[in-house]
Design a binder for this molecule. Structure first.
Ligand code: FPP
Ligand code: MG
Length: 298
């Protein structure tokens, strides 16, 4: 099932008739293909569903090629990132190639689908810009964080889910809500794993987000729960290279204040919202996507 998506993605890139682009594309670390799985589970195994899955994964891969340049990330999913291997310029241009190819392929799908996906990519970019802006200083505002992760991550999952429902002539609103909450929960868990997992499992240095200026939910909870002295200490560590002791201090304070636990509960509640949205559909596969995503460890 997923092999067919991989083949379609390769075919789309091959149609550009450029050996170097294909060579680079083959070095892009492959992910969990969550979006493709979601689309095929909702829409079934039609030709349009496979094409949509390949397009969305191409666009997602493109967004990560840009994101790794923006975040100075040298690894992606435990492998060397394209920017690390070939430089920022190559990573950006390969991203441009993949998302433009995805967009041209979108014209082969119904207008409603093309609109939903392309509009989500605009939101994705607005979200990434907001993430960059927020990273300039310590952000305490949870509303703004949620708006940013909605745009940066949930919008494309929401659009993928709704578009798949459209293709299968299912209730689009239900699947839109499911996708939005799944996407939000996914990003909150991603932000928790940055703190709880060791670098080997993550494929990137642990607590990298804080160094990059990203005050994710566990940091916001921690900040509002500690005394003035610890608030000052936390602000002092913001964007710094953290020593082993600093990392231990942050993790211990997060444990004591239940900041990590409450972030996980927050994500679980979003997961329940997602499950609630699709309860009339009686779809076990979609329920297990939520479960697997919340219980994942990388
Ligand atoms: C990862 O966030 C980033 C995203 C999910 C979206 C990135 C979007 C853009 C760069 C907009 C441009 C879009 C296109 C199609 C070219 P993260 O840094 O929190 O996650 P990470 O830990 O996986 O890096
Ligand atoms: Mg990143």
């Amino acid at each position: 099932m997923l092999a067919k998506v991989e083949n379609l993605m390769t075919q789309m890139v091959e149609s550009l008739n450029d050996r170097y682009v294909l060579e680079l594309f083959e070095k892009v670390p492959k992910g969990k293909r969550l979006r493709a799985k979601l689309i095929l589970k909702i829409a079934g195994l039609s030709d349009d569903a496979y094409r949509l899955a390949a397009i969305v994964e191409l666009i997602h891969a493109a967004s990560l090629l840009h994101d790794d340049v923006i975040d100075d990330a040298l690894t992606r999913r435990g492998e060397e990132s394209i920017n690390s291997l070939f430089g920022n310029k190559t990573s950006i241009m390969l991203g441009d190639i993949l998302y433009s190819k995805g967009f041209s392929q979108l014209t082969t799908l119904p207008n409603e689908v093309a609109y939903k996906i392309s509009n989500a990519v605009a939101l994705l970019s607005v979200g990434e810009l907001l993430d960059v802006e927020l990273s300039k200083s310590f952000n305490e505002n949870q509303e703004i964080y949620l708006d940013m992760i909605y745009k940066k991550t949930a919008s494309l999952i929401e659009a993928a889910s709704a578009s798949a429902a459209f293709l299968a002539k299912k209730d689009v609103g239900i699947y839109e809500l499911y996708g939005r909450n799944l996407g939000l929960a996914f990003q909150v868990i991603d932000d928790v794993l940055d703190i709880t997992q060791d670098s080997e499992k993550l494929g990137k240095p642990s607590l990298h987000d804080f160094k990059e200026g990203k005050t994710t939910l566990p940091y916001m909870y921690l900040f509002e729960r500690v005394n003035t002295e610890d608030k000052q200490k936390l602000l002092g560590l913001f964007k710094k290279d953290l020593s082993q002791n600093d990392k231990i201090w942050i993790k211990n304070r997060m444990q004591e204040t239940s900041s990590l636990n409450d972030s996980i509960i927050f994500a679980k509640n979003l997961g329940f919202e997602a499950l609630n949205a699709i309860k009339s559909e009686n779809d076990d596969a979609l329920s297990s996507i939520i479960k697997d995503m919340i219980e994942r460890d990388f």
